[in-house]
Design a protein around this ligand. Structure first.
Ligand SMILES: Nc1nc2c(ncn2[C@@H]2O[C@H](COP(=O)(O)OP(=O)(O)OP(=O)(O)O)[C@@H](O)[C@H]2O)c(=O)[nH]1
Ligand SMILES: [Mg+2]
Length: 569
């Protein structure tokens, strides 16, 4: 027996215990006799009394509590089933199904919930029953259907068994059509707005990230919260609402726009029954999908493991949560994909070994890269590093600049975030300068996850080798200025301050003229379209000027050194 039993007399406890002996006809809500018992008892103890009945008509649990607090076994019958039992309880003060009753029905996937109104003298009055509606119900329909109330002596007339079978069939049918269509994972997106000016843009960007990771975004919401709840960030009520939405939109993935702590993710997952991933996990997942070549794969795996390590510690549940997916970059569920061979199913001890191994491997790769860099330096060819926000058009611009329109010289450019992870250098030519090396590299994003920055350190450091930076901005998308600032902030964090920079306002063909003019004024950038070959001559001229200036400064410096040396001799 469960619930608040304090102050109950032995006789009352005995009567409650006797409820376990009651059996009803399978597939019915209850029997008139059981309804009478419950009403009497509830009246007697002046509290709600609940019984849980399984599909064979047996009472499996008795609680002196309302529906929300009633003891429910923690069984999940699989995605396509209901819980396999229904809740019957008595309201000592009368009244129909409460909000708590209905949300328990929904969240616990009960077969049904029924409330017996208790009249004076403990007589059972009307019985109110509700059951779930099929998933995918849209429009005005609620998550549940409330049946017309019946008097207690007719409680056994409703065919609950038939209703449950029909509903389960419906749920299974929806699931199998979805399976057959091989749909992409359907995701709900949530961005918490704490008053940031770019909250809207962040939600938009989260959508782009989700799309790139292969999810179908079926719902997005900006949730304003001045103060975050420690456990669930948004609070239990909001999570209930999201659970309902997910059910009707047939989604099972919930993506948060902010990084979730290990305990938070687990708590939100437990409350919603959905797979929960955060923005960092999503970005890591995209990197895992796009990683090609030894170095990028090592880097991505390192970043993933570092992110996961604290999330694996001390939690069996978390381990299965993260380890569930496939190991290949192509397959597997979003948030669980890993690069290369390694499945992300390592235990705590092996993680440390693997981390040490990856770090060592990367050191080796970085060293070889360093040697290559040195030999290039000796060549004295000026280097231009193309930097910018992800999807700004860096790779497209490199292709346009180096006339590398054909395979195999063409570098991959596509409408996906983080298409490029590996720095690629191409030889180009600038009038008045001669041959130059142009290097395309991994794109930036605001709040770049720290684990990624660390893992990609050697790749990012190469940016600093450039004589001139070519900062590519997508001038067509919303918030060009925020993205430009975000890139500058990251460059600063990486220690690249005061590097000679030329700004290219790309996608000018698609940009709104007003925005373009404003950005031009603000950044002294040069409008171009890498895709349509517009403005490239101007851009080349600006680059040549910048390189020329760097070279003149370098000459002057060498001159000074020579003069100093001459003085000393
Ligand atoms: N309209 C328009 N689209 C462009 C232009 N330049 C690039 N794009 C498109 O923008 C998308 C991203 O281009 P990429 O060159 O892959 O961008 P990136 O900066 O290398 O992106 P990441 O490597 O993912 O960081 C592609 O779909 C391009 O076709 C342009 O001048 N105008
Ligand atoms: Mg690229």
């Amino acid at each position: 027996m469960h619930g608040n039993l304090s102050g109950l007399r032995p006789a009352q406890l005995k009567s409650l215990g006797n409820l376990y002996r009651r059996r009803i006809e399978p597939g019915r809500v209850g029997s008139p006799e059981l309804a009478r018992n419950l009403a009497e008892l509830s009246n007697d103890v002046r509290r709600e009394v609940s019984v849980l009945i399984d599909r064979r008509g047996r009472v499996i649990s008795v609680s002196v509590a309302d529906a929300k607090a009633a003891e429910l076994p923690e069984v999940r019958q699989g995605e396509n089933r209901l819980a396999g039992f229904h809740l019957l309880h008595a309201h000592p003060r009368g009244g129909a199904l409460s909000k708590g009753d209905l949300s328990t029905l929904f969240l616990k996937r009960l077969d049904a919930v029924s409330a017996i109104e208790v009249r004076n003298e403990g007589q059972p009055g009307l019985v109110h029953t509700a059951h779930l509606t099929p998933p995918g119900t849209v429009g005005e329909e609620e998550d549940w259907r409330i049946l017309p109330p019946v008097p207690a002596f007719q409680i056994d007339e409703f065919d609950l068994g038939a209703q449950v079978s029909a509903l389960e069939e419906e749920i299974a049918r929806a699931a199998s059509t979805r399976e057959a269509k091989k749909d992409r994972e359907r995701a709900l997106l949530v961005q918490i707005d704490q008053g940031e000016f770019d909250a809207e843009e962040r939600l938009e960007e989260l959508g782009e990230l989700a799309r790139t990771a292969g999810a179908e975004v079926v719902y997005k919401e900006l949730i304003y919260r001045r103060n975050l709840k420690p456990g669930t960030l948004v609070g239990a009520g909001k999570l209930e609402e999201l659970t309902g939405r997910a059910y009707h939109l047939d989604a099972d993935l919930l993506i948060f726009g902010q990084e979730l702590g290990p305990a938070q993710a687990r708590e939100i997952e437990a409350a919603t029954g959905l797979k929960v991933i955060d923005r960092t996990q999503l970005i890591l997942d995209i990197f895992a999908l796009h990683a090609q070549g030894v170095e990028s794969r090592l880097q991505v795996e390192l970043a993933q493991l570092r992110y996961m390590k604290p999330r694996l510690l001390g939690a069996g549940a978390a381990l299965s949560r993260i380890g569930g997916g496939g190991g290949s970059a192509g397959g597997g569920a979003i948030g669980t994909r890993g690069p290369g061979e390694t499945k992300l199913e390592l235990d705590r001890r092996r993680i440390n070994d693997r981390l040490a191994f990856l770090e060592k491997q990367l050191e080796g790769v970085a060293q070889r890269r360093e040697e290559r860099r040195k030999s290039r330096e000796r060549n004295d060819v000026p280097v231009v590093s193309i930097v910018g926000y992800t999807n700004a058009g860096k790779s497209t611009l490199l292709n346009a600049f180096t006339h590398a329109a054909e395979e195999p010289r063409r570098v991959l450019a596509e409408n996906k975030l983080f298409a490029t992870l590996r720095p690629t250098s191409r030889q180009g030519y600038l009038e008045g300068i001669g041959p130059v090396v142009l290097t395309d590299t991994v794109g930036f994003i605001r709040d770049l996850p720290k684990d990624l920055t660390r893992a990609f350190r050697s790749t990012l450091e190469e940016i600093g080798d450039a004589d001139v930076l070519l900062h590519v901005v997508d001038a067509a998308g919303p918030g060009a200025d925020t993205r430009l600032d975000a890139v500058n902030r990251i460059l600063e964090e990486l220690g690249f301050v005061d590097m000679p920079t030329v700004v290219a306002l790309n996608k000018a063909d698609a940009a709104d003229p007003e925005t373009l003019a404003r950005e031009r004024e603000r950044t002294e950038g040069i409008p171009v379209s890498a895709l349509r070959n517009i403005g490239l001559a101007d851009l080349k001229e600006a680059l040549a000027d910048a390189i020329g200036q760097v070279q003149r400064q370098e000459l002057a410096r060498q001159e000074e050194v020579r003069a100093l040396a001459a003085e000393w001799h």
